[in-house]
Unconditional design. Structure first.
Length: 254
């Protein structure tokens, strides 16, 4: 297991720390070269750029790389604007409430796009089925599926507080009677209750989740993973989606 697998937040902060240290040490050299102290904003831009490149190099996803790129200049900007001190803990709290499962379970929040939702819709068996989205995020995938398949039931499980609250409210506003969102850890759910389980998580939870699915899901039910495979478990089918990120839906028939 790599450092990145153990704690991506720790690894990202460590990269920023090492780059900041290196730039601090190199500052006199740059100053000697250009004849004046390098402006702080340049250093912040350089820090973001180098941290972003290193972060990509060690295999982080694009959203993490973008966060690494923009964090130093934004922090400097916030300090320059002399924002009140309480704003930083509030921003940190909001980030924690949204990206709860990055820190806890190493799964970030990114969303299934519409083309992929449509492909998932095409994979649902005919007739009434019960479908779960494990880690349902803002709930958009299930809202689309629930309105397209009114005879079926759709359940989203989510533990990141803000995305869960948003999915719950948006679900209520959609007034779909066949749609529900539960504040529930996916590893505490009974997967035997579902005909189709869909997930879009990260490589980290997949082996444990697949073991759970194999133990609990009924014969004939479908386990669909967006993008992330299970080492040593060849999918029964792979659907290549015609979207920009060339999404692959990996399908196992239980
Ligand atoms: C990549 S997002 C996918 C969101 C949604 N399924 C979609 O496709 O648009 C993964 C979601 O899984 C949630 N998640 C990760 N681990 C979880 C767990 N153990 N229990 C519940 N939700 C979890 C995260 O908070 C995040 O919202």
């Amino acid at each position: 297991m790599s450092t990145r697998d153990r704690s991506p937040v720790f690894a990202a902060l460590a990269i920023q720390g090492v780059v900041a240290g290196a730039l601090y040490l190199l500052r006199p050299v740059v100053e000697a070269g250009i004849g004046y102290p390098p402006p702080l904003f340049w250093l912040a831009l350089a820090q973001g750029l180098i941290a972003g490149i290193v972060t990509r190099g060690v295999g982080f996803s694009l959203p993490c790389v973008i966060a690494q790129l923009v964090a130093p200049p934004l922090l400097l900007l916030a300090l320059a604007l002399d924002l009140p001190g309480w704003i930083f803990p509030v921003i940190l709290l909001l980030l924690l409430l949204v990206f709860w499962n990055v820190a806890v379970g190493r799964v970030p929040l990114f969303l299934t796009n519409r083309t992929t939702s449509a492909a998932v819709l095409g994979l649902l068996p005919t007739g009434p089925v019960h479908v779960a989205d494990l880690g349902s995020g803002l709930g958009g995938t299930l809202r689309a599926l629930a309105s397209a398949r009114p005879e079926s039931r759709f359940t989203g499980l989510e533990t990141a507080p803000l995305p869960f609250a948003m999915s719950w409210v948006l679900g209520k506003l959609s007034a779909a009677p066949n749609l529900e969102f539960r504040f529930r850890d996916i590893f505490r759910a009974d997967l035997g209750a579902y005909d189709v389980v869909y997930c879009f998580l990260s490589p980290v939870p997949m082996p444990r989740l697949f073991e759970k699915a194999k133990a609990e899901m009924r014969p004939g039910s479908l386990f669909i993973s967006n993008s992330f495979t299970v080492p040593g478990q060849t999918p029964d089918e792979i659907v290549e989606v015609a979207d920009r990120r060339k999404t692959k839906l990996l399908i196992w028939r239980m």
